[in-house]
Design a protein around this ligand. Structure first.
Ligand code: ZN
Length: 123
């Protein structure tokens, strides 16, 4: 049998250094990535290093197995002709810049049925 270089008891900071940047230090009650190894089923909080609005909870073992890192960033972009910003540019200008989580007129469909916040102070 081939010997693995990493032992299962090694912390994820050793076995998966690339994933450690997703650790959410604010929401894990002081727990740190070096306290976990890659077989751990404990559900912890993660945050996207690119966009801090991308947050989720997932078992350590599942996240480390996953090919993609941030599930929000990995989403396919909405085709330009179907975007809210393309179909209704006037409306898109009133999109609230901070209250809509990670959504923006460039990332949602014009026919999106979810509610959204609008900024109409310019009226
Ligand atoms: Zn992301």
């Amino acid at each position: 049998m081939r010997r693995r270089r990493e032992k299962i008891t090694d912390p994820i900071t050793v076995t998966h250094p690339g994933k450690v940047k997703f650790w959410n230090y604010d929401l894990n009650d002081g727990r740190r990535p070096e306290d976990f190894h890659y077989g751990d089923d404990a559900v912890v909080a993660w945050v996207c290093p690119i966009n801090p609005m991308h947050r989720w909870k997932q078992a350590v073992s599942n996240f480390l197995k996953r090919q993609t890192d941030c599930m929000y960033c990995a989403r396919k972009p909405v085709r330009e002709s179907l975007r809210l910003s393309t179909k209704y540019p006037e409306l898109a200008r009133e999109w609230h810049p901070t209250l809509n989580d990670h959504r923006s007129p460039d990332t949602i469909l014009a026919r999106d049925r979810r509610s959204a916040y609008w900024d109409v102070r310019g009226e």
